[in-house]
Structure formats: structure tokens, C-alpha cells
Design a protein around this ligand. Structure first.
Ligand SMILES: Cc1cc2nc3c(=O)[nH]c(=O)nc-3n(C[C@H](O)[C@H](O)[C@H](O)COP(=O)(O)OP(=O)(O)OC[C@H]3O[C@@H](n4cnc5c(N)ncnc54)[C@H](O)[C@@H]3O)c2cc1C
Length: 497
């Protein structure tokens, strides 16, 4: 093939993945001379999965790239702020911890903060980790404010935050933005896919009889994976032996109680329940394993743990955890559920859509579709997904719960990459971030600790400082965090602002 440009880009699907892709591509490929044409095909009859409402801080980068005004975005999507995720009953029944965004503690000397904290805890001279972490302490207190970089060393200088938002409103918001930047939307069900002589996708056939041809196809068709899976036959790598939950029931309820800036994930008998606070409603869902629980019991469990009146009937979503062996094959790039699925325990799916799009822009092809580029794109996508998978497995694996589902998770063999991380933390509390994997040391630390894993020994260098000095230092950090939280406004007031 040749270096001629790909000209016609077709996005298949109008869920979050489709509209995020269309909006970002319209922004990245804008040239003023109409060199690239972007078309999005979606079917109102099929609809989108309609969930995906909790995010992580990197979503701000995506919004900035699109030039989105935060206030307008928050209003349009009924959004609230998010400082982390509270895990209830995961390590053991009755236990709770927050995986908060941003920094944990404040570095003291040659070894990381948590090493001093861990050594002091062994002596009974340290408070819970969350007391040294602004996002955790503020989330628990229901407080929020934006970071103020002018505050220098203060934890308030870099408050790391994300959003909860209404998934349907988010897709609608991006649709508006994408179409205003030239994306052409076609409504219609795709009933056939025509392949070219090289095996790539040449055109889609719609129910109306219309033919939609293209040079590059972005498959955002959801679990069905219409182009990558069904048409090109890229096999699905199944991870359900590590992550056996395979169903979710989702239901909104009326908002009630205080508006905490956190997602809650509460362990249940054979899965877990999410709670996502929005301004106008609370999103709830029960992710469960059908081998251990019936749909009726799952629905009853979900409904009995709502904090407000249900606003609809619970909606069942079936899924299988894993990913397509490659995300990019020939002239098809899958983004979103068409490329794979990891359950929403750490709110990572929208983020993986964002990074998939960023990678597509970085490796944007010409009509030659260089195999070296495609291979590197696929290597990066696989690395990212496998590392996030390990982090999610960790939450299930380290538990002391008694139910058969949880015993099976505790006893399963985990991937070697995860085993090494656990061994390193268990021996001397060491945290190693591999490459540019998504979750950094602080994320792993909070989940190891929250799930009940304790280092067997202290870092040898943590003892170089006098215990009295370290204890006083920890107390100082705790006080600073407490003072910051006291100075922050209530999240609900801030939103009304
Ligand atoms: C239970 C659950 C909870 C989740 N919670 C979170 C969360 O809190 N945070 C997070 O980041 N992610 C979450 N996710 C993931 C998130 O919802 C998805 O990653 C995101 O919504 C993207 O979905 P999608 O656009 O790939 O697929 P879909 O929303 O399924 O969209 C598929 C699109 O393809 C179109 N389509 C399909 N077939 C055809 C056809 N034949 N012809 C024409 N059009 C077609 C459909 O009309 C639709 O527009 C969750 C997922 C599940 C299942």
C-alpha cells in the first residue's frame, strides 16, 4: 500500500466510546480544508449500555483536550465531584477503606512516606493511612474544593479529583460537541459488513439499504464487537477464571443523605454493589457471579440496599470479562466494550476509552496501515489492560470473608505479575510501578493495606530516623490534613456554588 491519507473515518456506535472517539478525532484531525471526514453510525433501536458514570482524574485531561468548559459540563451532565472510592466489607466483613486519589502523606527522607508510617504503626504510634491523605479525609467529611496551585506545599495545592456524571447526558453532550465540529451522524441499524480484497472492512450496509464506506473504522459497537470480533474474527481472551462476576443489575434511586464526593463499592455475598451520587439521582448497581447467586436474589439484595426510592426497575446487563486478543486489526480499531471489558470496580473503562483514542491519534495511520505501528498500538493496549486487570483481581483475592464465592477468590491462582507485587509488599512494604501502568504506588498501597495485607518487616532504612522524630513528623502531617479538611467547603454547597 502507500502513504496516501486515510480520508473517510467511520465510527460504529454512539455510546460513550463512540461519541468520545468522534469528538476527540474531530478535534485532533481538524484541518480547515476538510481533509478528513468523520461519520458516526448508531442505532436508536439497539441503544447503548447506559452505564459508566464514575471516572478517575485523567478524564480532566480528555475534557481539556476537547476544550470543554468545566462548569457547563458539570451542569449538563448533572455531575458531582469524586475524590476516591470507598470499599466496604472487602478485606473482611465490617471493614472499610478509601482508595483516594492523589498523594498519600508527605515525603520525609530517603524512603517513601508509607515506610515510616508502617514502622510507626508496628509500634502502635500511627493513625489509619487515610488520616494522612487529603482525598480520603475530605471524602469522608463530605468536603470538596478545587486545587489551588498557589498554595505551594499544601495538600490543597494539588487536590486530585474526578467526576460522577449521567452517562446518557455525557454521550449527548459529546454528540453535540462532535457534530458541531463536523462529525456526521447517521441513525440506522447495521445489517451487513462488506470486506475488501485485503480482508479489511470496506463498507457497512444499513437496514435502510444505505451503504457507508470508509478507509478506517473505529468499532465502538459495544459487547457485540461487530467489526473486530464478528467480522474480522479476532478471538476473545477470557479472564473470567480470575474475575468470575458475569452479570450486573443497575437501578437509579432518588438521592438521599449527604452528597459525599466518593463512589462506594460494597461487597455482597457473591459480588458487590456500587453507589454513584449524582445531583439529581443516585446510580446503583449490583455486580454478581451467576454461578453463586440467582438474578432474583441479586435484585432483592440490590433493592434492599438503596438509600432512596428506586426510580426504575433493575436492568440486567450480562458480560464476560476479558479482551479481544488485539484491539487493532487491519483497518479496524476497537474502542470501548467492543475491545473488552473489566468490571467497573476502579472506574477504569472510560479511562481506557480515552487512552485508546489517544493511542489511535498517536499512531494515526495513512493508507499503508504500517504493521509496526499496529503492533505497538496493540502491545500498549494489552499492557494497560493486563495491569488494570491485576489491580482489580487484587481486591477480590486478598480477603478473609467466609462465603464460598469469596473463598474461591482468595484461593485462586493469580497472574504472576500480580503475585510479584503482593510478594514485594508483603516482604518489606515495597511498591514497584512497572512502566507506565495506570495505577501508581499510592493506589496499590491503599488497596494492599485496605484489603489487610501487612509488610512482614520494615524497610531497613526507615529506622535511620529517631522514632520520636518520625512520630512527631507523622502527627504534623495528620494535623495539616485535618486543618485542610476543616477549611474546605461541604461538597453539596460547593456544587450549588
Ligand atoms: C455494569 C457496568 C457498569 C459500568 N460502570 C462504569 C463506571 O462506573 N465507570 C466507567 O468508566 N465505566 C463503566 N462501565 C463501562 C462503560 O459503561 C463503557 O465502557 C462505556 O459506556 C462504553 O460503552 P460502549 O460505547 O463501548 O458500548 P455501548 O454503550 O454498548 O454502545 C454501543 C453502540 O453501538 C451501537 N450498535 C451496536 N450494534 C449496532 C448495529 N448493528 N447497528 C448500529 N449501531 C449498533 C449501539 O446503538 C450503541 O450506540 C460500566 C459497564 C458496565 C457493564
Amino acid at each position: 500500500m502507500n502513504g496516501a491519507p486515510v480520508r473517510d473515518i467511520v465510527v460504529v456506535g454512539g455510546g460513550s466510546a463512540g461519541w468520545m472517539s468522534a469528538a476527540a478525532l474531530a478535534t485532533a484531525l481538524a484541518s480547515g480544508d476538510g481533509r478528513y471526514r468523520i461519520r458516526l453510525v448508531e442505532s436508536d433501536a439497539i441503544g447503548s449500555v447506559g452505564v459508566g458514570e464514575a471516572t478517575i482524574p485523567m478524564i480532566q485531561r480528555f475534557n481539556r483536550f476537547l476544550g470543554i468548559d468545566e462548569d457547563a459540563f458539570l451542569r449538563a451532565t448533572h455531575a458531582t465531584f469524586k475524590l476516591g472510592i470507598e470499599f466496604e466489607g472487602w478485606g473482611a466483613p465490617g471493614g472499610r477503606y478509601i482508595h483516594g486519589f492523589g498523594r498519600v502523606g508527605q515525603n520525609l527522607a530517603s524512603v517513601p512516606f508509607h515506610q515510616y508510617w508502617s514502622a510507626m504503626r508496628r509500634q502502635g504510634r500511627a493513625a489509619p493511612l487515610g488520616d494522612y491523605t487529603l482525598s480520603c479525609a475530605a471524602a469522608r467529611a463530605g468536603k470538596f474544593r478545587h486545587p489551588d496551585p498557589a498554595l505551594g506545599d499544601s495538600p490543597l495545592a494539588d487536590v486530585a479529583y474526578a467526576y460522577h456524571f449521567d452517562a446518557t447526558a455525557y454521550a449527548a453532550y459529546l454528540r453535540e460537541l462532535a457534530t458541531s465540529r463536523g462529525v456526521v451522524r447517521t441513525e440506522g441499524r447495521i445489517v451487513g459488513v462488506q470486506q475488501g480484497p485485503d480482508g479489511g472492512v470496506a463498507a457497512l450496509r444499513l437496514e435502510s439499504g444505505e451503504r457507508v464506506g470508509g478507509d478506517l473504522f473505529v468499532d465502538c459497537s459495544g459487547f457485540r464487537s461487530l467489526l473486530l470480533g464478528e467480522t474480522l474474527g479476532v478471538p476473545f481472551e477470557d479472564w473470567s477464571h480470575w474475575l468470575p462476576c458475569d452479570r450486573a443489575l443497575a437501578v437509579p434511586c432518588a438521592p438521599a443523605g449527604s452528597l459525599l464526593p466518593l463512589t462506594r463499592a460494597s461487597a455482597r455475598r457473591a459480588g458487590w454493589q456500587w453507589r454513584i451520587p449524582l445531583r439529581h439521582r443516585t446510580g446503583n448497581g449490583h455486580v454478581f457471579c451467576s454461578a453463586h447467586m440467582s438474578e432474583d436474589e441479586a435484585a432483592a439484595t440490590l433493592l434492599s440496599h438503596l438509600d432512596g426510592r428506586p426510580l426504575a426497575e433493575p436492568r440486567l446487563i450480562r458480560f464476560r470479562t476479558g479482551r479481544r486478543r488485539v484491539a487493532w486489526e487491519r483497518n479496524v480499531v476497537a474502542v470501548g466494550l467492543a475491545g473488552g471489558f473489566l468490571e467497573p470496580l476502579e472506574s477504569t473503562s472510560l479511562h481506557m476509552i480515552q487512552t485508546g483514542i489517544a493511542r489511535l491519534i498517536a499512531f494515526f495511520p495513512d493508507a499503508g496501515f504500517a504493521q509496526a505501528d499496529i503492533d505497538e498500538f496493540n502491545r500498549q493496549a494489552a499492557f494497560e489492560a493486563e495491569r488494570i486487570r491485576d489491580f482489580i483481581i487484587l481486591h477480590y483475592h486478598l480477603n478473609t470473608r467466609a462465603e464460598p464465592f469469596w473463598r474461591a477468590c482468595a484461593e485462586m491462582d493469580v497472574p504472576d505479575t500480580l503475585r510479584r507485587k503482593i510478594d514485594l509488599y508483603r516482604s518489606h512494604g515495597r511498591l514497584v510501578r512497572v512502566g507506565d501502568e495506570l495505577f501508581a504506588e499510592n493506589g496499590w498501597l491503599q488497596v494492599f493495606e485496605g484489603q489487610g495485607l501487612r509488610p512482614e518487616r520494615d524497610h531497613p532504612l526507615a529506622g535511620l530516623r529517631a522514632d520520636e522524630d518520625v512520630a512527631a513528623y507523622l502527627e504534623g502531617v495528620r494535623e495539616v490534613v485535618g486543618n485542610c479538611v476543616r477549611a474546605m467547603p461541604a461538597h453539596a454547597d460547593y456544587l450549588r456554588g
